[in-house]
Design a protein around this ligand. Structure first.
Ligand code: HPA
Length: 279
């Protein structure tokens, strides 16, 4: 049976985090596969392993170490998720997005979501960073929307607007920061699939035909839940591998995804630091 997380479970998780940090984070940052080292820049950090937090989903995947790092970045209080869980691990969408609701309860108003993604757009190569302009919620369309189930009005409305999933102001800022730092920031539509198998050549042609520029296994459910609760969202995809080949291309491996992270991290960090408003 699908596990629907309750308000009291989310509150219990938030309570635990409040008791274990002296910071009052306003910005949330979720680090995708191969991007965990971004958390090393956090100053005066408090560390909270996911498994210690009541009801918190715990990841089994290599490259997702699984802890909160709460501290300062550019003088702002941030809560960083070093790793996340995915739907393919067997968690429900409600469990996958518990951390986002917990962040909302903690008072976080702005969320920066990062992920590793396969490049569908032929102009993208491994190591590029893509600013997410919009998303395709294919799993949601197929019935796996994280808001399925009773609606909690204290988070947001039953039928939330999704006309502006990724905040226009934050996107403009990210583009300015990229230009200023000579980073070739790509832009495009991210599509979330359930995974864990990577895409077949026919899958890739289908995804391109329906308007996707990059494909991954996260982010969209988190964005939906964050927008439901009125949080501002910035999404950044690190292109870890190109799926642009028409026919059977090179194999995609998890190692390749983690390796590309090392090239992506400095660019991502520059953009993330740049969008945080001066304290
Ligand atoms: N497909 C799906 N998810 C991914 C990929 C990919 O090629 N690379 C990184 N995450």
């Amino acid at each position: 049976m699908e596990h629907l997380v309750t308000r009291s479970e989310i509150d219990a998780a938030a309570h635990y985090v409040r008791e274990h940090t002296h910071h009052h984070p306003e910005f949330g940052l979720v680090l995708g596969s191969g991007l965990a080292t971004l958390a090393e820049a956090v100053e005066d950090p408090d560390f909270i392993p996911f498994h210690e937090i009541p009801h918190f989903p715990v990841s089994s995947v290599q490259g997702h170490s699984g802890r909160l790092v709460i501290g300062k970045l550019e003088g702002r209080s941030v809560l960083v998720m070093q790793g996340r869980v995915h739907f393919y691990e067997g968690y429900s969408m409600s469990q996958v997005t518990l951390p986002i609701r917990m962040m909302h309860v903690l008072g976080i108003h702005t969320l920066i979501l990062t992920n590793a993604a396969g490049g569908i757009n032929r102009a993208f190569k491994a190591g590029d960073v893509m600013l997410i302009t919009d998303h395709l919620n294919l799993i949601g369309m197929a019935g796996q929307n994280p808001l399925r189930g009773p609606n909690d009005e204290t988070f947001g409305p039953r039928f939330p607007d999704m006309s502006q999933p990724y905040d226009g102001g934050l996107r403009d800022l990210a583009l300015q920061v990229a230009t200023h730092n000579r980073i070739d920031l790509k832009q495009g539509v991210y599509i979330c699939l359930a995974g864990p198998s990577f895409e077949s050549p026919a899958d890739v042609r289908f995804l391109r035909a329906i308007g996707a520029d990059a494909v991954g296994m996260s982010t969209v459910p988190e964005t939906v839940v964050a927008r439901h609760a009125g949080m501002r969202v910035l999404g950044l995809s690190g292109i870890s591998n190109s799926l642009a080949g028409e026919e059977a291309g090179p194999e995609t491996t998890h190692e390749e995804v983690l390796e590309a992270g090392r090239i992506l991290v400095p660019k991502m960090m520059t953009i993330i630091r740049g969008v945080l408003p001066p304290a």
